[in-house]
Design a binder for this molecule. Structure first.
Ligand SMILES: NC(=O)c1ccc[n+]([C@@H]2O[C@H](COP(=O)([O-])OP(=O)(O)OC[C@H]3O[C@@H](n4cnc5c(N)ncnc54)[C@H](O)[C@@H]3O)[C@@H](O)[C@H]2O)c1
Length: 363
């Protein structure tokens, strides 16, 4: 076990890393060797899942906080520990790096990882700016390396089921997507609630609604420091589909509710319900033009309610298995850098709108 002196904090992150020639993986290799940077709140979940996967070996865990490394060492005695991220990024034994650090470090660490020939698994939101995301995508393309952005919910049983219901036409053409993701905290030091919680919902929306968003309106407010702690975001599409998100760190109760309305069926997803996460309602409104009778005839449909079975496998397990498969099979993941960039573009537009108290910002 090795615990070096504390790694530098930004802005010096990139200063310490020199580019080395790409380490070629031996042809026909069947195991991906991973180094994980960041073992704070979320990092342990990544290491636990990677560690349990076949065809994957966690070779090293890096955190600049020695106390975090101590925890990692206790759970994974055989894993190399270091406070110096450059050791992970430069190791010829490591094929892929998982970056589970605060948002403002993602770009520099991911860039160095790619420059050193490593595939990258990086936390949401992908980067702090769309320019950074574009640079990383270009770099990965040039080096034929994979980027996967941790849009965890796409791999949950609930979202996989909802995607099926959308794709197979059960809901009919979509009318709206409306989600509430509120709780007390956890306040982040470097990003607002918009950049912390909304990436989940924006990535789900991006996954379910094929149409490209056209414009964003966001309002919000801050009460405890300079970062917004509540935000209301509306995303417009060229058609009449509309999406709305409520994210809030100042809610006394935790709510994870999403309504998805379609012409033929409507759906409620309560992620906190352990048994019936999704309910599909055969409810709707039909309007018929009737000549001579005031013009409109409205009829309300209220049929059966159905609770489809939802796979309970941990989303991160599914996602990380997919990451390893994509590397071994040389495939581009669906939650690649481009997917990360689409979310960052929406966040930038929402941030601009929020700062201008709800001005419409075109994408
Ligand atoms: N996908 C999800 O559901 C989900 C959930 C929580 C957090 N996250 C994301 O995970 C990332 C980390 O969040 P967190 O809550 O774990 O943060 P955290 O602050 O709890 O942990 C980050 C860790 O990174 C370490 N670190 C920071 N800079 C480093 C560097 N240069 N070298 C080595 N170690 C460094 C810190 O010491 C800390 O232990 C964020 O991007 C966040 O958005 C995702």
């Amino acid at each position: 076990m090795k615990i070096d002196s504390l790694a530098p904090t930004m802005p010096g992150v990139s200063d310490r890393i020199e580019t080395e020639p790409i380490t070629e993986r031996p042809r026909g290799a069947t195991t991906v060797r991973v180094g994980v940077i960041g073992y704070g709140y979320w990092g342990p979940n990544i290491v636990r899942n990677l560690h349990a996967l076949e065809h994957c070996q966690v070779l090293a865990v890096c955190d600049k906080n020695p106390a975090a490394l101590k925890r990692a060492g206790k759970s994974y005695p055989g894993v190399k520990l270091t406070t110096d991220f450059a050791e992970v990024l430069k190791s010829p034994d490591i094929d892929a790096v998982a970056i589970i650090t605060p948002v403002w470090t993602h770009f520099e660490l991911a860039k160095s990882a790619l420059e050193n020939g490593k595939h990258v698994f990086v936390e949401k939101p992908f980067t702090s700016t769309s320019q950074q995301a574009e640079e990383l995508i270009e770099l990965a393309d040039r080096k034929n390396l994979r980027i996967m952005v941790d849009h965890t919910f796409l791999f949950s049983g609930a979202v996989r089921k909802i995607r099926d219901l959308v794709d197979n036409g059960t809901l009919g053409p979509l009318y709206y997507y409306d989600s509430t993701r509120v709780n007390l905290g956890l306040f982040q030091h470097d990003v607002s609630v918009l950049w912390d919680l909304a990436p989940h919902d924006l990535s789900i929306m991006d996954h379910l609604i094929v149409e490209k968003p056209e414009a964003v309106v966001a309002t919000g407010s801050n009460h405890l420091n300079h970062l917004a702690d509540m935000a209301f975001i509306t995303v417009y599409f060229q058609s009449n589909v509309i999406a709305h998100f409520n994210v809030n760190w100042l809610s006394p109760v935790k709510v994870r509710n999403t309504l998805i309305g379609g012409r033929d069926k409507m759906l409620v997803w309560n992620d906190l319900d352990p048994d019936e996460k999704i309910k599909v309602y055969d409810k709707g409104v039909d309007i018929t033009k009737a000549e001579g009778v005031y013009d409109l005839l409205v009829s309300y449909r209220s049929g059966d309610v159905w609770g489809p079975k939802v796979d309970a496998t941990e989303a991160l397990k599914v996602e990380l298995q997919y990451f390893i498969d994509c590397i071994l099979k040389d495939q581009t993941p669906m939650n690649d850098g481009a997917a990360g960039l689409r979310v960052v573009r929406l966040l930038e537009a929402a941030e601009e709108s929020l700062q201008a108290r709800g001005r419409l910002v075109k994408i």
